[in-house]
Write a protein that binds this ligand. Structure first.
Ligand code: SF4
Ligand code: SF4
Length: 164
C-alpha cells in the first residue's frame, strides 16, 4: 500500500528562492567583511607550529596501557581484533609466568593505514588495555610498512597532555 505525503503549500516568494538567496548572500558578505577587517577573530590554527588540544573523547593514535610494574595490561583475548571492522589489529598471544594473567601479546600490531578510527577496539577491550587518548592525529612517513605500529611503539605512546 502506498502512502501519499502531502507537500506543504508554498507561495511565490518561496518558489523563486529570492529571499533565501538574498539572505545567503548577506551572510557570506558579513563573513567576508569580518575576515578582512577582523582576521584575528578567525578560528585559525597555525598548523604545524600550533597544535590543537582535543577534547577527552577525541579518537587519536592508539596506545596500550601498562600495569604498575610496567608490563602490558593486554591479556591477548582478541576481543579488539574481533570487533575491528577494518581487520587491522594483528595479535600473537603467548603464555606468561604470572598465575594471575592467562596470556599476554607477544606481538600486537595495528596498521594505521587500514584503521578507520572508529574506536570499536577501545569499546571491546574488557581490561582497558587499549585507548585512543593520545591526541596524536597527524601521521606521516615514507613507507607503508612504517604505519604498522608495534606493541612496543603502542606502549610508548603517552596520553594527551603528558610530556614526551
Ligand atoms: S579504531 Fe576501529 S578500525 Fe581502528 S583498530 Fe580500532 S576497531 Fe579497528
Ligand atoms: S587490547 Fe584488550 S581487547 Fe585487545 S587483545 Fe588486549 S585485552 Fe583483549
Amino acid at each position: 500500500m502506498s502512502i501519499k505525503i502531502e507537500r506543504p503549500s508554498t507561495d511565490i516568494k518561496e518558489d523563486i528562492y529570492l529571499l533565501a538567496i538574498i539572505k545567503g548572500l548577506g551572510i557570506t558578505f558579513k563573513h567576508l567583511v569580518s575576515s578582512i577587517f577582523k582576521p584575528r577573530k578567525l578560528p585559525i590554527v597555525e598548523y604545524p607550529e600550533q597544535q590543537k588540544q582535543f577534547p577527552a573523547g577525541y579518537r587519536g593514535k592508539h596506545r596500550l596501557t601498562k600495569r604498575e610494574d610496567g608490563s602490558v595490561r593486554c591479556v591477548a583475548c582478541y576481543m579488539c581484533a574481533t570487533a575491528c571492522p577494518a581487520e587491522c589489529i594483528h595479535i600473537v598471544a603467548e603464555e606468561v609466568t604470572d598465575p594471575t594473567v592467562e596470556k599476554a601479546p607477544a606481538r600486537f600490531d595495528i596498521d594505521l593505514l587500514e584503521c578507520v578510527f572508529c574506536g570499536m577496539c577501545v569499546e571491546a577491550c574488557p581490561v582497558d588495555a587499549i585507548r585512543m587518548d593520545s591526541g596524536i592525529y597527524s601521521f606521516t612517513d615514507f613507507n607503508r610498512k612504517d604505519f604498522v605500529i608495534t606493541k612496543e611503539e603502542l606502549m610508548a605512546v603517552k596520553p594527551q597532555g603528558m610530556p614526551d
